[in-house]
Design a protein around this ligand. Structure first.
Ligand code: ADP
Ligand code: MG
Ligand code: ZN
Length: 633
């Protein structure tokens, strides 16, 4: 019942609107206004004082008097003579209306009755104006209908201009009803070919596409498809993209709304939007409803103080609608989130988002495929995809798309007509470490320290087994603040890291500082990022990977949001935490000592490589390894 009346309300503002009727309404209202407040004369009214009024009455020239609340209007026949001269004929007499404040004067009536006047009967016409008693109808029109019509006009105009701003063009439609910004696109060009890698996700979604093409086939057997599928994965892995691709492949309308748009200031709006969304979609079935960033409304409900009423109402409405509609009609709901752990369990139960589609960061082959998809859009020469894909381990699809675009921009900057591999390599570094700072010149001492620091990293990496080969060393400052860096690139794709590899990595990270100590006799702030990374790794080894003897396989920290940076929180007592700190410190100290030993016993390599780096500023891993092997043999 409640729903029904709500919908009627929504319909009202959408009904056709007659401007002619409104104009007529205004004209009639003005007419009525003029009829019930007639002036005693159309001329302008001259203000004057009460004394003048009395003397005019006494002079016998007053024709009419109207006594109102608080004021008196009176009409006087005056000679229109110039400089007080007698006018020649009667046409020179003119009626002037005066106004004066009324005074509590009990003799006024006597005076008016007795006074003479230019009127035909020689008497002044006088009356007290009855306080205007508008009829109920007129009152109603004046106070209710007119303001309402005005509001309607204003509302109509503003909502119209808003709608045009919200992209009322092309095949976008936006629905007014509850003010929801639901975008319905009828023609989506995105297809599965635009989504590279993510083969498992595509396979899972192909069934949905088939269902949307031919719902009858499934209905015949009596099979019901999942109503909803939840796309889960880190940001930038193509969740939004693949949802659009499903609509494009199935060639059905695509209704999309972002979770954050449901949550508004006014309680109840979100729920109305959900209703609206499902109603619109129901009319256009078969179609796809896509709720992006669903965690904004789908967060686990709890009974803690200060819960978000609006969000809960919206979520409840969503649950109700998902239960209520008939899946056989061909409405499929897709939703995306990068915080699956925070979702309400009720959303995930069978019959709602029971299918979960994982979108992971792309592996080596996936990265190549994504680079290929985006390279198709730009002009390029033969590209060594392998190098670029290997250098971008851990990058998301969105980052790869960005890298390709940066490369294209770089090619334009250097006046070329097409993109080369070197553009891509440089843009990888730009995206990861910031752009080169050409204007920034290091002093000779600083340059020397940075060179030794970087060679320190590189040599410790090179002389340990189990660490990724050095790909490039550079001491060109970057906008991110890095003064130089050593790039290591794995030859293959690694899923697992062993304890030895992690320890080697920590040693490599301490190699920069170790070189400063040994070769420059000082320590600098240049190692701050190394310190952060080394500490994080060592801590994770102890608290989450069970790689310390002391704590065996005990979890000491939990990770909150694996897809969003992975903030950790302690899951152990304060005493244990203090002990953990000691274990972590021990590991770092050991790694640092190891790095120092390696560098101290290969001083001639460090000196040669550092001076070579100072001269060239950027050297390849190959050049560096040549120096290393020339000393070892
Ligand atoms: P998400 O919604 O998962 O955060 P998006 O779908 O918005 O990520 O992806 C952003 C952009 O990144 C896309 O528009 C596309 O250009 C690029 N992208 C991401 N993943 C892929 C992929 N698998 N294949 C091709 N391009 C991708
Ligand atoms: Mg998205
Ligand atoms: Zn460093």
């Amino acid at each position: 019942m409640e729903q029904k009346s709500d919908r009627q309300q929504e319909q009202q503002p959408r009904s056709n609107f007659n401007f002619g009727a409104i104009l007529w309404g205004i004209v009639i209202a003005l007419l009525i206004n003029w009829l019930i407040f007639p002036n005693i004369s159309g001329n302008k009214i001259v203000p004057t004082d009460y004394g003048t009024f009395i003397s005019k009455v006494d002079s016998g020239l007053v024709k009419a008097v109207v006594i109102e609340d608080g004021q008196i209007l009176f009409q006087v026949q005056e000679k229109d003579g110039v400089n007080g001269k007698e006018p020649e004929d009667s046409s020179a007499f003119k009626d002037i209306t005066y106004r004066t404040g009324s005074v509590d004067d009990p003799e006024l009536v006597d005076r008016l009755v007795n006074a003479s006047s230019p009127n035909a009967d020689g008497k002044i016409k006088f009356a007290r104006k009855i306080k205007s008693q508008n009829s109920a109808l007129i009152n109603f029109i004046l106070w209710w209908v007119l303001p309402f019509l005005l509001m309607l006009i204003i509302w109509k105009y503003t909502s119209k201009s808003l709608q045009s701003k919200l992209g009322g063009t092309g095949n976008f439609m936006s629905f007014g009803g509850s003010g929801a910004r639901i975008y319905a696109e009828s023609q989506i060009k995105t297809s599965f070919a635009d989504v590279a890698g993510q083969d498992e996700a595509k396979d899972a979604l192909k069934e949905i596409v088939d269902f949307l093409h031919n719902p009858g086939k499934y209905a015949e057997i009596g099979a019901s498809l999942p109503k909803g599928a939840l796309l889960v994965g880190p940001p930038g892995t193509g969740k939004t993209l693949i949802a659009r691709a499903v609509a494009g492949e199935a060639n059905v309308p695509f209704f999309s709304i972002s979770g954050s748009e449901f949550v508004q200031m006014f309680v109840g709006m979100g729920a109305a939007k959900v209703r609206d969304l499902f109603k619109q979609a129901g009319e256009k079935a078969p179609c796809i409803i896509f709720i992006d960033e669903i965690d904004a409304i789908g967060k686990r409900r709890d009974n803690s103080m200060g819960g978000n009423d609006e969000r809960e109402q919206t979520l409840n409405q969503l649950l109700t609608e998902m239960d209520g509609f008939d899946a056989a009609k061909g409405v499929v709901i897709l939703a995306a989130t990068n915080r699956p752990d925070s979702l309400d369990k009720a959303l995930l139960r069978p019959g709602r988002f029971d299918r979960r589609i994982q979108m992971e960061l792309p592996d080596l082959e996936g990265r190549k495929a994504i680079l290929n998809v985006h390279l198709k859009k730009i002009r390029h020469e033969d590209i060594n995809l392998d190098i670029v894909a290997r250098a971008t381990a851990g990058s998301s699809g969105a980052e790869l798309a960005n890298i390709v675009n940066e490369a294209a921009l770089r090619a334009v900057r250097s006046g070329r007509k097409s993109v080369r591999t070197e553009d891509l390599e440089e843009s990888v570094e730009t995206v990861m470490a910031g752009a080169q700072r050409k204007g920034k010149v290091l002093s000779d001492t600083e340059k020397k320290i940075v060179a030794y620091h970087e060679i320190g990293h590189a040599l410790v990496a090179a002389l340990q087994s189990n660490s990724a080969p050095v790909h490039k060393i550079t001491i060109v400052p970057r906008t991110s603040g890095a003064l130089g860096y050593t790039m290591q690139v794995d030859s293959g794709e690694q899923m697992l890291m062993s304890r030895e590899e992690l320890l080697n990595k920590i040693a490599t990270l301490t190699g920069g500082r170790a070189a400063e100590e040994i070769f420059c006799g000082t320590v600098t702030t240049g190692a701050s990022n190394d310190i952060t990374q080394a500490t994080r790794l060592a801590r994770a080894m102890v608290t989450r990977y069970g790689m310390s003897d002391r704590y065996d396989m005990m979890e000491l920290e939990t990770q909150a949001n694996p897809y969003l940076g992975g903030d950790t929180s302690l899951a152990c007592s304060a005493e244990t935490a203090a002990e953990v700190d000691k274990v972590v410190l021990g590991m770092i100290k050991e790694a640092h000592g190891k790095a120092r030993d390696i560098l101290a016993s290969h001083q001639d390599i460090v000196h040669e490589a550092a001076s070579y780096l100072m001269e060239k500023e950027t050297i390849t891993g190959e050049e560096f390894m040549n120096i290393v092997s020339s000393h070892n043999s």
